[in-house]
Design a protein around this ligand. Structure first.
Ligand code: ADP
Ligand code: MG
Length: 588
């Protein structure tokens, strides 16, 4: 293997040559106590940055610690993911110091990952499994990007040598060696995450869908910052009747509110914290970093936030449990549209979530179609059932639980009609939770709604769709001289809201449980891989998604890319399904 000195000399020789000459530096280089691997060299200074890795052995040949992480920090799956997450954040911090020191733009940049060409993606509040960092008994591996320095289109060899031979050594020394890190902080990080995973695992045996710890901080700084609200924040407090307690493996007893399986209604005045509570429940499918305020809010992993999303495309979904007899005789058992309405989009999103195994639906009135949610006595009298295609959610919510065991947590401050179908009613007043089930049930008795129940006997069928074998049209727009790009689909992501394959855009703005752009990149990779090797015209959508997740579980996120990349994070089946379901070239 070549050494760091060889790399240094090579870079000095390349000084002032044309940028493409950088291609020669691809390869492995032995540093004093780690290895640098240059996997991909950018073609020009304005292209996406080059991809590199460092591998740091846990011990030297003489058994002296190098990375030196004690095995107890990664002995379980939870701990391993938490440690990798911690190191990713540490790495990001050191890299950002280096960037500040150098004050360089694209050229000379070091970062974990970039959005587009040079917008740096920084870590989110959630602890996810990421491809940026790997730890095992042998070594620590970090993957990142560097912008190889240039003036105009010629190589700046000396700066490149500083970056690759010196800065990277600093990164390794300050971010990837146990001896340089805060041991207590690492242990805390790992234990908090392990406790959260443990709590989430207890939910089912207590017949709960979510747990919100006393003292948790639910509101966020702003619509654009996911950091905890620090001023005038009311910490979460559980009403006596809903209090549950757990003994966590690391941090002992904890109390908080248990949300039971069944139908839970969240009511209360406007601006009193209803949506904030539901959002905290929705992100409770993920773990959070210590200090986030949501470390001990955990939700059933299969909880899916549902919302109306007019304008989305829908392919072959059986929405007939909710919608029938559309104008012009349009099929609702295989409903396809390029431009859904609020109600049809919400119906489709529920059916699609059930199709891939959701066990909890999270619905907020703020983002629901009114005519999908309620149809009161007066409207039933004016517009006969025969003239209304929609069977409202209120007449289906119970059937979804009784028939499939799928619970719903619903924010509904605008209609008391739901009192009849709720098992639990939670009220919010000045951000404090109250238990209102008894009161709501008494009111339901006193003031009947006089509604006619319209939902029929049962929910109806969940049809499992089979995507057609015909290749998804992912390469459209990437053709060169009339031939499809042989490197496969060109994938682009924009924040967490858009995935682009060639000219096809998938709009994911409405998918609230996608929290990191790295998840979107992995989803893009998964779709490309599905198209390449799994689509056979026979497998159901659910099976396809299960298969690819089993393969990722067994072989790692690396199966999604041609060479090891550091910019992916693990996603849930529901978000992969959501992306597929919004692909306009999907056919079933
Ligand atoms: P609702 O859905 O009931 O109308 P929201 O959940 O949207 O209300 O909350 C309204 C505002 O109050 C938001 O700006 C939110 O950040 C803030 N908020 C929510 N919960 C708390 C809390 N516990 N302490 C302080 N502010 C909060
Ligand atoms: Mg609200």
């Amino acid at each position: 293997m070549q050494t760091v000195d060889d790399l240094h000399d090579l870079l000095l020789r390349l000084d002032r040559q044309s940028y493409r000459a950088y291609k020669q530096i691809k390869g492995h280089y032995a540093f004093e106590d780690f290895t640098l691997i240059i996997d991909h060299v950018q073609g020009d200074p304005f292209a996406a940055p080059s991809r590199v890795r460092v591998q740091v052995p846990q011990q030297s040949a003489e058994e002296k610690p190098i990375a030196g992480f004690p095995t107890e920090l990664f002995r379980s799956r939870s701990r391993e993911i938490a440690l990798r997450d911690y190191l990713t954040r540490q790495f990001d911090q050191v890299a950002s110091h280096l960037r500040e020191k150098r004050g360089s733009g694209k050229s000379g940049l070091v970062a974990l990952a970039c959005l587009g060409v040079a917008r740096i993606a920084s870590p989110v509040q959630q602890v996810l499994e990421r491809s940026a960092m790997w730890v095992d008994k042998q070594q620590v591996e970090a993957r990142f990007v560097v912008g190889l320095p240039a003036r105009g289109r010629s190589i700046l060899g000396r700066q490149a040598a500083e970056l690759l031979c010196k800065d990277i050594k600093t990164l390794v020394n300050q971010a990837l060696k146990f001896s340089a890190l805060d041991a207590d902080a690492i242990r805390h990080h790992v234990e908090v995450v392990e406790d959260a995973d443990w709590l989430r695992e207890q939910l089912a045996s207590r017949r709960l869908v979510a747990f919100i710890a006393d003292g948790a901080i639910l509101p966020r700084q702003s619509g654009v910052s996911d950091k905890p609200l620090s001023q005038n924040c009311v910490p979460f407090r559980t009403p006596e009747k809903l209090r549950v307690e757990f003994q966590r493996p690391n941090h002992g007893a904890i109390t908080g509110m248990g949300i039971s399986q069944g139908i839970t209604l969240i009511v209360g005045g406007g601006y009193h914290g209803k949506s904030t509570l539901l959002r905290a429940i929705a992100t409770g499918v993920y773990n959070h970093v210590p200090g986030d305020g949501r470390e001990a809010i955990v939700t059933d992993k299969k909880a899916v936030k549902i919302r109306a999303e007019d304008g989305r495309s829908i392919t072959g979904v059986d929405i007939s449990p909710f919608i029938n007899r559309l104008p012009q005789g349009r099929s609702t058992t295989q409903f396809t549209t390029e431009n859904a309405s609020g109600s049809t989009s919400q119906a489709a999103s529920i059916v699609e979530a059930l199709e891939v195994g959701a066990t909890v639906l999270l619905v907020d009135e703020d983002t629901s179609a009114t005519n999908f949610m309620i149809r009161d006595r007066r409207m039933q009298a004016l517009v006969a059932k025969e003239k209304e295609p929609i069977t409202p959610f209120i007449d289906k919510i119970r059937q979804i639980y009784d028939g499939f065991g799928v619970s719903t947590v619903l924010v509904m401050g605008g209609s008391g009609d739901y009192f009849d179908v709720a098992d639990t009613v939670i009220g919010l007043e000045n951000f404090e939770v109250q238990h209102l089930t008894k009161e709501a049930k008494a009111i339901a008795k006193t003031y009947a709604t006089y509604r006619t129940v319209e939902g029929g006997k049962e929910f109806g069928h969940i049809t499992h769709r089979v995507p057609k074998c015909k290749r998804l049209d992912l390469c459209k727009g990437t053709e060169h001289n009339g031939k499809a790009d042989s490197r496969g689909p060109k994938l682009k992501v924009r924040d967490t809201d858009e995935l682009r394959f060639g000219s096809e855009e998938i709009d994911l703005t409405a998918i609230e449980q996608l929290v990191d752009v790295a998840q979107l990149r992995a989803i893009g990779g998964a779709i490309a891989r599905l198209q390449e090797s799994y689509l056979d015209g026979q497998c159901t959508l659910q099976n396809l998604i299960e298969q690819i997740l089993v393969d990722i579980e067994a072989q790692g996120l690396d199966i999604l890319t041609r060479y090891p990349q550091g910019d992916m994070a693990m996603f849930r089946p529901f978000e992969l399904a959501a992306a597929l379901n919004r692909l306009r070239s999907l056919e079933t």
